[in-house]
Design a protein around this ligand. Structure first.
Ligand code: SAM
Ligand code: DTB
Ligand code: SF4
Length: 349
């Protein structure tokens, strides 16, 4: 008969009694959370989730790639890097009117936030006027605005804020130790600098990473440790599961080995630890959701995920469609977050 391994129910470094975010997490403490017995970890994470949020509410964001492909960076997972042959056709920056029309459709489909993504290493000043027109137009529809445009200067961050940008997405992607295996054209410190400009300009931050790139558990803990010790926790914390794209070094490795990018239970552990170390962040189940079963998504919501991308497509890779997500919400008795309330208002309640 199989003997089940007994693991100690060690006391971990749970959040403070009032659920106030802590910024003094150490890497060993974050690693210790990963090591908890699974049921204990999910229970702790679900308790933290309930203390800060209504667990039946999930925030819905929709993405649009406003400038696709031809990117100068060499992020080893990305379909849009000009360094790899992925078969993706590079396109120019979209017109503001077309973006606004797509945002209106997203709003009418139930999205609360609209995120505009560009395959740029960094934002160029010459593109700012068109982006400002897009952002202003999307905001006028009553949507929260988000953009992810690569590195920014302090001045560009202020201009985006003035144009009406609520959130800026800029991911750390992985822990500093594994970072060099993922990308070499931009440093970890440059990512941290852009995040600082975004915070200083008064915008909310959206910052997370990718799992399933061949990193170790320690690398995942290290990513979450970085996020939990930022001067302020990310307002949105996307956890992307690697979508293996043929032609990219990291995608090809997974496709060649025929392995799953990451074990499902380990993915749930990552969500749970993110929820515990960043108790007020909106933890977003991001890329990779298309390949997840309903049961796995349910476990992620139980473990504290409370935000998803919707609308059938991320930037270049697929997502479940509206019908599938509606059926999932119905089956799990979930509802879109705070219709009529912003994510910040919900978090502040
Ligand atoms: N170029 C900008 C940048 O890198 O900041 C914005 C767009 S970029 C595509 C946004 C994020 O998408 C990346 O930081 C990465 O975390 C995620 N991403 C890109 N390709 C992915 C893939 N194949 N699987 C999972 N996540 C991916
Ligand atoms: C984030 O962390 N995930 C989103 C959003 N921020 C911009 C992007 C996921 C992209 C997945 C790959 C693709 O569709 O090209
Ligand atoms: Fe460019 Fe962003 Fe893709 Fe990196 S993740 S190659 S910066 S589009």
């Amino acid at each position: 008969m199989t003997r089940f391994k007994r693991r100690a129910m060690t006391q971990t470094h749970a959040p403070q009694a009032n659920n106030a975010p802590r910024h003094d997490w150490t890497l060993p403490q974050v690693e210790a959370l990963f090591e908890l017995p699974f049921m204990e970890l999910v229970f702790q994470a679900a308790s933290v989730h309930r203390a800060g949020f209504d667990p039946s509410e999930v925030q819905l964001s929709q993405l649009l790639s406003v400038k696709t492909g031809g990117c100068a960076e060499n992020c080893g997972y990305c379909s849009q890097s000009a360094h790899f042959k992925t078969g993706l056709k590079a396109e120019k920056l979209m017109d503001a009117d077309e973006v606004i029309a797509r945002a209106r459709a997203a709003r009418d489909g139930g999205a609360q936030r609209f995120c505009m993504g560009a395959a740029w290493r960094e934002l160029k000043d010459r593109d700012l006027p068109r982006l400002a027109a897009m952002i202003g137009g999307v905001k006028a529809l009553g949507l929260e605005t988000c953009a992810t445009l690569g590195m920014l200067t302090a001045d560009q961050a202020k201009q985006l804020k003035d144009a009406g940008l609520d959130y800026y997405n800029h991911n750390l992607d992985t822990g500093p130790e594994y970072y060099g295996d993922v990308v070499s054209t931009r440093t970890y410190q440059e990512r941290l600098d852009t995040l600082a400009y975004v915070r200083d300009a008064g915008m909310s931050t959206c910052c997370g990473g990718i799992v399933g790139m061949g990193e170790t558990r320690r690398d995942r803990a290290s990513l979450l440790h970085q996020l939990a010790t930022l001067p302020s926790h990310p307002d949105s914390l996307p956890i992307n599961g690697l979508v293996p794209v043929s032609g990219t070094p990291l995608g090809d490795k997974i496709l060649r080995d025929g392995a799953k990018a990451i074990d499902s239970i380990e993915f749930v552990r990552t969500i749970a630890v993110a929820r515990i170390v960043c108790p007020r962040s909106m933890v977003r189940l991001s890329a990779g959701r298309d390949d997840m079963s309903r049961e796995l998504q349910a476990l992620c919501f139980l473990a504290g995920a409370n935000s998803i991308f919707v609308g059938g497509k991320l930037l270049t890779t697929p997502l479940p469609g509206q019908d599938e997500d509606s059926a999932l919400f119905q089956a799990l008795d979930l509802r879109p977050m705070g219709v009529g309330r912003t994510a910040e208002a919900v978090a502040a309640e």
